[in-house]
Design a protein around this ligand. Sequence first.
Ligand code: IFM
Length: 464
Amino acid sequence: MANTTTPFPDRFVWGAASSAYQVEGAAHVDGRADSVWDAYCQVPGTIFENHTGETACDHYHRFKEDVEIMRRIGLRAYRFSISWPRVLPGGVGEVNEKGLAFYDRLVDALLESDIAPWLTLFHWDYPLALHTRGGWLNRESADWFADYTRIIVDRLSDRVAHWMTLNEPQCFIGGGPSNLPLAPGHRATLAEQLQMWHHAAIAHGRACQVIRERAKLKPSIGYAPVGVSPIPADNQPASIEAARRAATSVTHPNLWNNTWFNDPILLGRYPEDGLRVYGADAPRIQQGDMEIIQQKQDFLGLNIYHGLPTRMNHAGQPEEAPRPPGYPRTAFNWPVDPESLYWGPRFMHERYKTPIYITENGLSNTDSVSLDGKVHDPQRIDFLRRYLRELRRAIADGADIRGYFQWSIMDNFEWLDGYKQRFGLVHIDYTTQKRTPKDSAWWYAHIIESNGAALEDDPFQRSG
Ligand code: IFM
């Protein structure tokens, strides 16, 4: 077993992430048009307390203050997404110059602070105008996405080198772990969902081609699926093998797996077991599709929040193992499984041999401003410390993991849960828009500055 205190690689990318609809606000400012989420938020009873992303963190107007906080934390990289309907109100056609100019300002501010911009093209806020034309169900959606990508690349690729096409397709095509409908609220059939993913995968491939052909800076390209992370229920070799098989197979006719999404992109084919499990629901594939989908990937992003304890059953098949009563959970009721940041990237690296970045990881917590004016969030510090130590162990054991993006730089609009869940390193008072970096922000600064060495320090022994 490797030494677990092996330091992170010298050029390890320490970052934090957000997405446009969750932080920007300014939903009807400077020509931005509605996305499916603007529409969905208008349906009474859909979002917690009928919250909307209309104002969110007002990052659109306050990005300079936010970038200054990022600079003080010492972030090396900031992962953000572009609002497609801010740039192209109709989804295609006329460009909204004012919308595009916002991203110029944001990218410039980041670079002035020595923070590398990591740009995600699509993080769920699909233009409503295109949704009414069928959205991802329409095969033309790949052309629409390629056109949109061209506009962003032509404008920003002289300053942006790191690109992600899609965020968490498992969720935006309508499923998600709890099978709750996300926007636009249409509960698609399994066959529709698989067809939508096929079109989105073609869109991903087309976008990669556009970026490679047109980018001014040499691009580094990937995408960010939500990594499903089976973890061995114990140290037995059979449990490790069960978790490995569960992480790399399609066993149920739902979308909650890795390989149906990653195999076409990284291996150029859908997995055989998936084709069997989905049967007649599998997508219609045209000649040449798989060649478009499989474009060179510089990295695989993984969004990992928790694991799925797995063991081998008597029939030699992987099965979920129960967690003990009172198992630690976040405010979102998600289990705290630090080993998911060990096994998740390890299994994915074994299968795809591609460099990995953790593009999201973090927890929601019930943070509030204390009487002393600070936000004390020891649970977040303890969570991140545990997860990052496991990530370090995965690196030490040979997984090529090159960076980590904490979710999220600031509290924000958490989709169906509105502003109830707080994931940020920075607390947002949604009434005043006051920003208060939490204790975890300064703890993370210390981790970044020491390139992870400070993970050894007991954070609760330090003062201040
Ligand atoms: O807030 C979301 C993000 O938009 C996608 N990944 C999971 C996060 C927490 O739920």
